[in-house]
Design a protein around this ligand. Structure first.
Ligand code: HEC
Length: 165
């Protein structure tokens, strides 16, 4: 029979062991919403107008931003781990004074490069955020659907946009 104090020490050690093991099997952390992306390099802006087949999903005005690592990828044609790209989609507001400006945000799409973690989707993790929420909305199947279109730009590491002079 173990002494009370020894028993307590054994139980504590087991508990610590179990908690550490549980932490080790936790799912990898989700893709975070990049807070300061509007201060990153602005790659380009574009519009998808009514009549385009992707209008329902991606219609409106979009801006694309690259973090410093992703910026090196545009030059090299292949993006290093840690690259983050943002597709910021907004509605358009037409003013009575013949102006057009950004309206409410529709959603924010994010691509994060990590060759190991996202090896099933070309090394890119895909996520989507609704306005005002820092929590991603994509199921694994939806993320694969993003990839199935982006992979058509295999010659440019799955990235459609380019930086023009
Ligand atoms: C049917 C094709 C298609 C699907 C599906 C698609 N995208 Fe894209 N995506 C594009 C195109 C085309 C561009 C470039 C737009 C431009 O150049 O203005 C783009 C641009 C982007 C960019 C900026 C980097 C780049 O490739 O230029 C991100 C980030 C992005 N998409 C994320 C997503 C996410 C997340 C999903 C899934 C929710 C998704 N995309 C689904 C076609 C697609």
């Amino acid at each position: 029979m173990l002494k009370r104090r020894t028993r307590l020490a054994v139980i504590t050690a087991l508990w610590i062991g179990v908690s550490l093991a549980a932490r080790g099997t936790e799912e990898a952390p989700a893709i975070p919403l990049p807070e300061d992306y509007r201060g990153w390099f602005h790659v380009k802006s574009g519009m998808i107008d009514p009549g385009h087949k992707a209008y329902a999903r991606f219609g409106g005005l979009h801006h694309i931003y690259a973090n410093p690592l992703a910026l090196t990828g545009y030059g090299a044609g292949s993006f290093p781990d840690g690259s983050v790209l943002v597709f910021d989609l907004l509605e358009l507001r037409t003013g009575e004074d013949h102006t057009t400006s950004e309206g409410p945000r529709r959603h924010i799409d994010v691509m994060v490069k990590d060759k190991q973690r996202y090896k099933d989707t070309g090394g890119w993790g895909f996520e989507e955020f609704l306005p005002g929420s820092g929590k991603g909305t994509l199921s694994p199947a939806a993320a694969r659907a993003c990839h199935s279109c982006h992979i058509t730009r295999k010659d440019h590491d799955g990235v459609f946009s380019t930086i023009r002079p």
